[in-house]
Ligand binder design. Structure first.
Ligand SMILES: [Zn+2]
Ligand SMILES: [Zn+2]
Length: 284
């Protein structure tokens, strides 16, 4: 299989509805290795749809603990396990993730005990090893270097952007973040920048559609996500070679089409842009 990135889920936020994309997950296939960034709802099915066995995931990275990024982490590991996985798996993310894993194991204790006893499976608890992200961390897995940068996603503090580098190639994932000038340096001359995106015109529509009566959600969106025009600005200032958009806010609203997103991005960015859709594969 040649190297690729697949945007498995590109919707921002945890809700799904008819016609919407699925919450966020990204599969990076480099040099025979499979790295998964985030595990939003639907991720297990989407990995298989890419022709990749759950047994073939080499490491998982969770950018932060909003459910649209890790709701299916436990079910994914459990499903890999019942699909025959005995190989350990490394999981990198916020330090609270191991509490989630502990609680997931507790919630499934009856099933897990049965399958160990009845089917002779290994102890599920021993499958993953958790590692906590730190700001400005530098990881090296095989011949892939991974840089970690804390991004700007209040009120969550442990939220991170990632940069994968190998040979002469680089991919940057913004994670969920408000506009931050530091992202320009972090994404400097990346071959592919995968950035979250929000359309300002969509915010009122979200408020109406979801029936929110106070401004809490509106304020959260404005303080914690990046408007499309600013995503274009980052791509331009960082001189990236290709910009791919994910984590669309809003997503699945018939009121907006591709042209609306492109127009907002084009305010500053005239380079190559890919509008993410669930399951699209970007060859590297
Ligand atoms: Zn999100
Ligand atoms: Zn988030």
């Amino acid at each position: 299989m040649v190297d690729f990135v697949s945007l498995l889920g590109v919707k921002g936020g945890p809700a799904i509805r008819p016609g919407s994309n699925m919450p966020t997950s990204t599969l990076i296939h480099i040099d025979g290795k499979n790295f998964l960034v985030d595990t939003g709802l639907g991720v297990s099915r989407s990995i298989c749809d890419q022709g990749v066995e759950l047994n073939e995931i080499d490491a998982i990275f969770i950018t932060h603990m909003h459910s649209d990024h890790y709701l299916e982490l436990g079910p994914l590991i459990h499903t890999a396990w019942v699909s025959g996985r005995v190989k350990p798996i490394s999981i990198y993310g916020p330090k609270r993730l191991k509490h989630y894993w502990r609680a997931f194991l507790d919630s499934m204790v009856d099933d897990i005990a049965l399958r160990i006893e009845d089917e002779g499976r290994i102890d599920l608890e021993k499958l993953p090893t958790f590692y906590s992200f730190e700001d400005r961390q530098f990881l090296s897995l095989s011949n892939i270097n991974i840089r970690v940068m804390r991004n700007l996603h209040p009120p969550i503090l442990d939220s991170f952007a990632l940069r994968f580098e190998w040979e002469h190639y680089s991919i940057v994932l913004s994670g969920d973040t408000a506009y931050m000038p530091e992202m320009i340096d972090f994404a400097d001359q990346a071959d592919l920048l995968i950035h979250e995106v929000m359309l300002s015109e969509g915010i009122d529509l979200i408020m109406n559609r979801l029936g929110h009566e106070d401004d809490k959600l509106r304020n959260h969106l404005l303080q914690s996500h990046t408007l499309a025009k600013n995503v274009g600005l980052i791509a331009k200032c960082a001189k990236v070679k290709c910009l791919a958009l994910n984590h669309f806010v809003p997503d699945g609203f018939a009121e907006f089409n591709d042209e609306d997103w492109l127009q907002a991005i084009r305010r500053h960015w005239s380079g190559k842009v890919i509008l993410g859709r669930d399951g699209i594969r970007i060859p590297l």
